[in-house]
Design a protein around this ligand. Structure first.
Ligand SMILES: Nc1nc2c(c(=O)[nH]1)N=C([C@H](O)[C@H](O)COP(=O)(O)OP(=O)(O)OP(=O)(O)O)CN2
Length: 176
């Protein structure tokens, strides 16, 4: 049964990506103003402290969404680790491409993603171990937000879903 209390917080970011296996236009490098909504639920509200009568302070949820989503991805390019040809374009001039890619690979394996400005133009790059479709981004951001939601609510709240708008007309949602 669903818990009776639900809260939702939305943030928006700008990021580039491409879907390398796409049959048409999404293979091209392009950008979106992504909107991301996180939904949290609780069986009861806090009964004391600074979150009294709340599921989870909207401000705390915003902070965690900025850390998990905006920090790594806003005004960056989100690329699949498997998209070697694209990543090669980001490799700094004069660097050994295989070595540079191996460094990204190690970070992705250790941390689930790699964010760097050690790139050819010094632009922000986030490498993820999946194709950056709206569905996979929703799952990825859910995974990164679930623990902070529990911690910041002192165990009171649970992350229910993350919904990603890739365009004003298209959304994907992941529920845990
Ligand atoms: N299920 C999914 N389908 C598509 C994804 C995705 O992440 N999941 N992504 C894309 C592209 O990245 C594309 O940018 C968005 O597709 P599309 O709806 O075709 O975009 P439009 O700009 O044409 O949207 P309009 O609302 O018509 O302007 C493709 N598919």
């Amino acid at each position: 049964m669903n818990a009776p209390y639900r809260i939702t917080r939305r943030i928006e970011i700008d990021a580039g990506h491409r879907i390398m296996t796409h049959g048409s236009k999404c293979r091209h490098l392009h950008g979106h103003r992504y909107a991301i909504e996180a939904v949290c639920e609780a069986a009861d509200l806090h009964h004391g402290g600074e979150q009294t009568d709340m599921v989870l302070d909207f401000g705390f949820l915003k902070d965690e969404m900025l850390t998990a989503i905006d920090g790594p991805c806003d005004h960056g390019f989100i690329a699949a680790l498997a998209d070697r040809e694209l990543l090669t374009m980001f490799c700094p001039m004069g660097r050994d491409v295989d070595g540079w890619l191996a460094g990204l690979d190690a970070q992705v394996r250790a941390h689930g993603e790699a964010t760097t400005t050690d790139t050819r133009l010094g632009t922000k790059l986030t490498v993820v171990p999946f194709q950056p479709t709206a569905e996979c981004l929703a799952r990825h951001w859910f995974t990164r937000l679930a623990e902070p939601v529990g911690r910041r609510s002192d165990g009171q709240a649970r992350l229910v879903s993350v919904k990603v708008w890739e365009t004003p007309n298209c959304t994907a949602e992941f529920s845990g």
